[in-house]
Design a protein around this ligand. Structure first.
Ligand code: HEM
Length: 433
């Protein structure tokens, strides 16, 4: 077998600085200039193999294992999202999977609609520009908190929302800012992290006790966890809630920023969506069943996730040699796949850079691993259907209430961190529907 193409950087440092500055540009260039498997030189930190073609993506995600995520575990505990592949992960995956069954999620729709309508009523006024980044964060945080606790007044939901909002920014900074200030230093951010994570743990722990005593009437994540608790301790359940909070809020929030932004830039697709919603629902509330009859909101979310996948790269380790793109990757290698790069692969997608939700309306004749915004294999996102439901709900309700005019300034770039954010954040003008 031939040698694996290698993209080298300066001695000792390798491509680390480039990787921190512009990982997406690095992936695209590596694929364009060197092909579907490239060894990226990380200097003293060794190297990582990047696979770009869907066949290679399949090999990596179906055969690789997820390594230990030390920093995330220190920050958030030992939930599913922070767990390496293995027995403990399997046990946690079995606990969480039933929470996301279709019939449970459909029944959660009224619960999710309330914070959405509240945000629209309070802050979305026709004639004003809306900060999509800030708004989608507030809305997805509120939806996540209500999905977890229900709309109960005996849980301090405002405190939970405030703590979660802060934690999302803090975790992002810890993982992606360089250099970071050590967490032991008594900076205002570090102190607030300790206070907020303790507050959030206390709120979740107390809610578990309250819910056991007085069950709610609506399906929520918390009552789903209690129903399948088995041998899990309350401390472990709290870890799982934190894991869902961090895995499922900013990812969905940024996906929806992109979806709305792309619609504001492509009025013809926004109009097609509005026409479908008006025809099927008129002004009626979107319910689980009504949303199932719509195709456009789902297609827009899928297409936004294709062009700007929040989880833009996934890492794996292989214990056995692996054949990828005609090369052998050695046992023990570290590998990376980038949904951002594969979703734009010119050999896989027609018109890869074009925003066209219609590509999702026909039959799906594409490679199973050409599109993986939610990952694939054992670790595939456990919350993907919940994310899609939030997206369907938001785009449908927004189409019933508003039109978005073009943004004030075009978005020029992307900031890859825990999710992939548009820079600067779009501020489209709101018009009445
Ligand atoms: C558009 C929104 C979302 C995107 C793009 C996304 C993406 C992903 C991806 C790519 C993975 C795989 C990670 C890996 O292979 O290492 C993942 C895992 C996970 N996601 Fe999501 N996610 C989204 C929303 C959600 C939501 C709403 C929840 C929960 C309510 C959630 C909870 C999780 C959890 C717990 C895992 C870990 C699964 C495991 O390792 O078995 N995600 N997500």
């Amino acid at each position: 077998m031939s040698a694996i193409p290698r993209l080298a950087g300066p001695p000792l440092l390798g491509l680390n600085a480039r990787f921190l500055r512009d990982p997406l540009g690095l992936f695209l260039r590596a694929q364009r200039e060197h092909g579907d498997l490239v060894e990226l030189d990380l200097g003293v930190a060794g190297s990582v193999y990047a696979a770009f073609h869907p066949d290679g993506v399949r090999q990596v995600l179906m055969n690789g294992r997820r390594a230990h995520r030390q920093l995330l575990r220190q920050l958030l505990g030992k939930g599913l999202f922070t767990s390496p592949t293995g027995d403990d992960w399997t046990r946690r995956r079995r606990l969480l999977t039933p929470l996301f069954r279709a019939e449970r999620l459909a029944a959660m729709t009224p619960l999710l609609l309330r914070p959405l309508d509240a945000a629209f009523d309070q802050r979305w006024h026709p004639g004003a520009r809306v900060d999509l980044g800030a708004e989608m964060k507030r809305i997805t945080v509120a939806m996540m908190v209500d999905a977890t606790f229900g709309a109960r007044d005996d849980v301090d939901r405002p405190a939970a929302r405030a703590a979660l909002s802060f934690l999302l920014g803090y975790v992002d900074h810890q993982l992606f800012a360089f250099p970071t200030i050590p967490r032991s230093w008594p900076t205002p951010a570090n102190r607030r992290y300790r206070a907020d994570i303790a507050a959030l743990r206390a709120i979740i722990g107390t809610a578990l006790v309250t819910l056991r005593r007085k069950p709610g009437t609506e399906p929520t994540f918390l009552d789903g966890l209690l129903a399948h608790q088995g041998d899990f301790t309350d401390h472990e359940l709290v870890d799982e809630v934190l894991s869902i909070f961090i895995a499922g809020t900013e990812t969905t929030g940024t996906a929806l920023v992109w979806a709305l932004h792309l619609l504001s830039e492509h009025p013809e697709h926004a109009e097609a969506l509005r026409t479908e919603v008006a025809g099927a629902l008129g002004g009626a509330d979107p319910t689980g069943e009504r949303l199932r009859g719509l195709t456009r909101p789902r297609a827009v979310v899928r297409e936004a996730l294709r062009l700007y996948p929040p989880a833009w790269a996934l890492r794996r380790v292989v214990d056995e040699p692996l054949e990828i793109a005609g090369h052998e990757v050695p046992a023990g290698a570290r590998l990376i796949v980038s949904s951002y790069a594969t979703h734009r692969h010119p050999g896989v997608w027609e018109r890869p850079l074009e925003f066209d939700p219609r590509r999702w309306l026909g039959g799906e004749g594409r490679h199973r691993f050409a599109y993986f915004p939610f990952g694939a294999g054992a670790h595939q996102c456990v919350g993907n259907t919940f994310a899609q439901l939030e997206g369907d709900l938001l785009l449908t309700r927004a189409a019933q209430r508003f039109r978005l005019d073009r943004p004030a300034a075009p978005t020029t770039g992307t900031k890859p961190a825990i999710a992939l954010t548009p820079v600067p954040t779009p501020h489209p003008l709101l018009l009445p529907a």
